[in-house]
Design a protein around this ligand. Structure first.
Ligand code: PRX
Length: 656
């Protein structure tokens, strides 16, 4: 079992304060300092954020109102003019950072590249000019479907530079998932690569783009810009497809950053929800820039000499906020790695730490659990003494994995920042500040200053100490999502209507269950909706069900998560077949493959269970709770009196 239980939380009493030496050198070096900031932000949120915005960022023009809050819509730094690519690049050029490494990149086959701030600036300007040549204008949307190479970050920053918005689609998504996202965003241009290297294989990307665009699949796309990475032969459509290196060769590197309105669209990022259709989470410019900047700085206690490495993919929010925008806005060195631990080199992550002297390392619990399985001799054989802070994100971390991370990777000396946040929140919401907040294994500890989080019941009343409830945020914050792209109604319904406003205060509903302990520490328990987390990747059960029922053999499908030791959860699908089809291993494999084709390998069911019928209530609702019990081999718990036909359950139990 990897999900925490209330019993395990109540038993978890270990507590790790920062060492005196760490605290002494930290930006926020004591609990008093944290409290001071937290209280100041609570007393005057607008004053708090305005002061930071002024101190930390460059503005072409100052805002005339800090916050315009028309629940559930927030505008931050109203009428301020800003450009996040300017903040990430230009403003570092007149300092010694000009020749500092902005991005250190390590390719899986062992090739590598370092881009200084001056070099990165140059390439971003060139790509921005190429966009312009290809007819991309301010307000247009550019789809980015890339491997983990520097050009992925360059493509994002180039959008921001000219005021185009990006929609990055994770390179592991299938062509069909790519198509639906490009279609929803009405993307004009797609930036991709021939492919990438991962786990000793090449991952073809351009062929997936071809497939997505086939037969005018996405009519809004006029051009495709292709970066050469694997050198594999790909089809190039004359007039539509262009090699990046060809166009780069003839383009100017002069492209001033466009002053953007603080509330101009910066990007859309699709994420899974409780319906079949992924939602485009909308983030805008000024507030997002400020919040990712300050959370990176304080949570990772950034020093000028740090080598910072976040192992996420740029296709997820973690890559957006904490590989690209947050670190570069701070002038930090951000490491990007193309590969992943693989049989031919299970210790590759530690090779990278050793090679570059990585000082801050940020990864996901699922990766930590996989590394534990590979054995500690891999990290033990490398010099990891450069590390000073470790981080984790994406799902609750089980205390055993936390302790291993602390002992084996951190040598017992590195604070662990367990950061709870979401695509929707843009940046860290609950997190230790490593020089100030003592950590407890499995807890994301306390809210970041300026974040008013709580655990409440469905009426919005705070629950008691150590009682379970819903995690909510009470006051708007600068990097909150602004809406669901093209579906504001869904934005209201999903995040603002589950729990009614309390005493006139709107509550952002995160979709997670949590508890607060006697020290006010938050323990996030996992999703309370039909979203599951497979290797830290968020999947909507309905999304997988829709994929399954689009196969001609499937009459009905119900998908649940089953606890998995490494992945956190695994997809289990209960399937009823159309009359003419018969259950078989071949069909099971075909259905798994069908899900991969419709969504991507991350959604591949671990198990398909054929059944004659689903356990349903009298009103026809599938009782997923029962399926979850069955999938994990547990006794069916709780009330089954609303079940319409009990024999269905008996059959499912006996595997008939
Ligand atoms: O359930 C929570 C879990 O990941 C969800 C957000 O997923 P996504 O938008 O894909 O963003 C992942 C990276 C920010 C949350 O609703 N989650 C994220 N971080 C944690 C977590 N659960 C427990 N502890 C965390 N530190």
């Amino acid at each position: 079992m990897t999900q925490p239980t209330i019993e395990s939380i109540l038993k978890e009493k270990r507590n790790f304060p920062p060492s005196a030496e760490f605290a002494e050198n930290a930006i926020i070096g004591s609990m008093e300092k944290y409290r001071e900031l937290y209280d100041a932000a609570k007393a005057d949120p607008q004053g708090f954020w305005a002061e930071l915005a002024e101190q930390e960022l460059h503005w072409f023009q100052k805002w005339d109102q800090v916050l315009d809050w028309q629940p559930p819509h927030a505008k931050w730094f109203v009428n301020g003019k800003i450009n996040i690519s300017y903040n990430c690049l230009d403003r570092h050029l007149n300092t010694w950072r000009r020749n500092k490494a902005a991005i250190i990149w390590e390719g899986e086959p062992g090739d590598s590249r370092t881009l200084t701030y001056a070099q990165l600036h140059r390439e971003v300007c060139q790509m921005a000019n190429v966009y312009k040549q290809l007819g991309v204008k301010k307000g247009d949307i550019v789809g980015i479907y890339m491997p983990m190479i520097p050009e992925a970050a360059i493509a994002m920053l180039a959008c921001a530079r000219i005021g185009a918005a990006h929609s990055v689609i994770f390179g592991g998504f299938s062509s069909e998932a790519l198509r639906t996202r490009l279609l929803d965003a009405e993307a004009k241009l797609v930036v991709t690569a021939d492919g990438g290297f991962r786990k000793d294989k090449t991952i073809p990307l351009k062929p997936a783009v071809d497939e997505a665009l086939r037969d005018n699949g996405v009519p809004s796309v006029d051009n495709v810009l292709v970066v050469q990475r694997t050198q594999e032969k790909v089809h190039m459509d004359a007039g539509r497809d262009h090699w990046w290196h060809d166009l780069q060769a003839g383009v100017s590197a002069n492209c001033p950053a466009e002053p953007m309105d603080s509330e101009d669209l910066l990007f859309i990022l699709y994420t899974s929800g409780t319906t079949g259709k992924p939602k485009g989470v909308v983030h805008t410019t000024g507030g997002y820039n400020l919040y990712t900047h300050i959370t990176t700085k304080w949570t990772f206690d950034l020093k000028e000499t740090d080598v910072y490495w976040c192992t996420a993919d740029v296709g997820w929010i973690t890559g957006h906020s904490y590989i690209v925008y947050g670190p570069l806005s701070n002038g930090a060195t951000s490491l990007m790695y193309e590969g992943a631990p693989r049989p031919s080199n299970p210790g590759c992550l530690w090779d990278v730490v050793e090679k570059y002297g990585v000082s801050i390392f940020y990864t996901a619990p699922t990766a930590i659990r996989a590394l534990i399985k590979m054995g500690e001799h891999h990290p033990n054989a490398r010099d990891l003494s450069s590390l000073r802070i470790l981080g984790t994100v994406g799902e609750p971390i089980n205390p055993e994995a936390w302790m291993w991370y602390h002992r084996v990777i951190g040598g017992g000396r590195c604070p662990i920042v367990d950061t709870w946040w979401q695509t929707e929140t843009g940046g860290f919401m609950l997190t230790p500040l490593p020089g100030a907040i003592p950590t407890k294994p499995g807890s994301a500890t306390l809210p970041f200053p300026g974040i008013m989080a709580d655990v409440v019941d469905l009426e919005g009343n705070p629950v008691g100490e150590n009682e379970g409830g819903y995690l909510v945020v009470k006051h708007p914050w600068p990097s909150m999502m602004r809406t669901v792209y093209g579906d504001d109604d869904r934005f209201r319904r999903t995040y603002w209507e589950h729990i009614p406003p309390k005493d006139g205060q709107y509550l952002y509903f995160a979709g997670d269950g949590a508890r607060k302990d006697e020290d006010g520490y938050f323990w996030v328990m996992g999703r309370v909706d039909d979203v599951i987390s497979v290797s830290g990747h968020r999947l909507g059960t309905m999304e997988v069900e829709s994929a399954l029922v689009s196969h001609p053999a499937v009459a009905e499908a119900a998908v649940v998560g089953r606890p998995d030791e490494v992945k956190g959860e695994e997809v289990v699908a209960f399937v009823t077949l159309e009359g003419e089809y018969e259950a078989s291993d071949d069909l099971s494999n075909e259905l798994k493959q069908h899900v991969v084709k419709e969504i991507g390998a991350i959604a591949r069911p671990g198990d398909i269970r054929f059944t004659d019928g689903m356990p349903k209530t009298r009103s026809g609702k599938i009782m997923r709770r029962l399926l979850r019990n069955l999938a994990s081999g547990q006794e069916v718990a709780g009330d089954t009196s609303t079940l319409e036909d009990r024999s269905v359950l008996d059959k499912l139990r006996s595997g008939a």
